[in-house]
Design a protein. Structure first.
Length: 339
């Protein structure tokens, strides 16, 4: 590994009128951050904030982390991406993901099974839209085009808008080894949610083996500059308590699974049991400090500088910092990561 890292800013979900991060994004752009990313779950959407920030910046790349596939037909995502890419001068990085069965079936009212096959079809259709080589068709079982039923009048169509770029970069939010392997095979980058840099090779080395040159592993990492390391780790543990304990069904929690593959399977099981039993404080206390510290960058600058070494030695190529919002912190993080 070269040890060189790009630096991005992950804003997460937009939740309220006061959560306008325009000044934060403009500051990050001025300081040399490569990209800014937004998120969606079952509230605000991922594209509207990016359009807002994109209209107020000129160079920083704009990423979705992630646009949920079940929220939109593949041609809808392709049109939205193409439009935003045009309006922002070719700055879009399109991160997509399958989400989980609770959100997909409970919020979007769509079936969740076969997420890998659906992802493959989804990406293929979007690229057909952008390339405009012929009217778009798909014979896959998940997104058939034209629709085989209905009025029987559907016909293949070609986008009336010419894209600014026929190859908008696609990233895949993925946690399982097979999904990561799919990202390496058919997309331009991978968006891991939790990354323990010392363990990424053992967990995903075979999955990443087929990645093309330039494949971007853009890892989200919670960053806090502070002298109180334990308080910062407790903040990470609060987030992990929710994701491991409550984000997903007991029998199917992808976040608990990834923590298990990191070597904390017993802890993940205990955390989930306690959380689902309503004993959230105990679930919080069951999270090992080693886990919280391994997936984050917290503490005084000197400590973070030391902790960056395993990130530089890993397959990660972009750090997406979560947490920093004020200019002094953004500047310190910039200096630590970019030198």
């Amino acid at each position: 590994m070269s040890g060189e890292l790009r630096l991005g800013l992950n804003l997460g979900y937009w939740q309220r009128d006061a959560d306008d991060a325009t000044e934060v994004v403009q500051t990050a752009e001025r300081l040399g951050y490569d990209s800014v990313w937004t998120a969606e779950a079952y509230g605000s959407d991922v594209f509207t904030p990016l359009a807002w920030y994109g209209a107020r910046t000129s160079t920083i790349k704009l990423g979705t982390s992630v646009a949920q596939m079940s929220a939109r037909a593949p041609v809808t995502t392709a049109m939205t991406a193409m439009t935003l890419d045009h309006l922002t001068g070719g700055r879009l990085l399109l991160g997509i993901g399958a989400s989980g069965p609770q959100v997909v079936e409970g919020w979007y009212g769509a079936p969740f099974p076969k997420p890998l096959a659906r992802t493959r079809e989804y990406v293929d259709i979007m690229r057909k839209v952008w390339r405009r080589e012929e009217p778009v068709t798909s014979d896959g079982p998940h997104y058939p085009l034209p629709h085989p039923g209905g009025a029987g009048l559907g016909k293949p169509l070609k986008s009336i808008t010419h894209p600014l770029r026929a190859e908008i970069p696609i990233y895949l939010g993925a946690e399982g080894p097979k999904n990561v392997a799919l990202a390496a095979e058919i997309t331009d980058g991978w968006l891991p949610l939790f990354t323990f840099p010392e363990k990424i090779e053992s967990m995903y080395g075979p999955s990443l083996a087929a990645a093309r040159p330039g494949f971007d592993v853009a890892a989200m990492v919670y960053v806090m500059i502070t002298d109180d390391v334990q308080a910062a780790l407790d903040g990470v543990k609060m987030m992990l308590t929710l994701y491991i304990g409550g984000m997903g069904a007991k029998a199917r929690n992808f976040h608990a699974d990834i923590v298990g593959r990191m070597g904390f399977a017993d802890a993940a099981h205990k955390i989930q049991e306690l959380y689902l039993a309503g004993r959230k404080d105990e679930a919080f206390r069951a999270i090992p400090d080693e886990l919280a510290d391994g997936i984050s960058l917290v503490g005084p600058p000197g400590r973070i500088r030391e902790r960056l070494a395993p990130w530089r030695a890993s397959p990660v190529t972009t750090l997406l910092a979560m947490g920093p919002r004020d200019e002094p912190t953004l500047r310190t993080v910039r200096d630590l990561v970019l030198g």
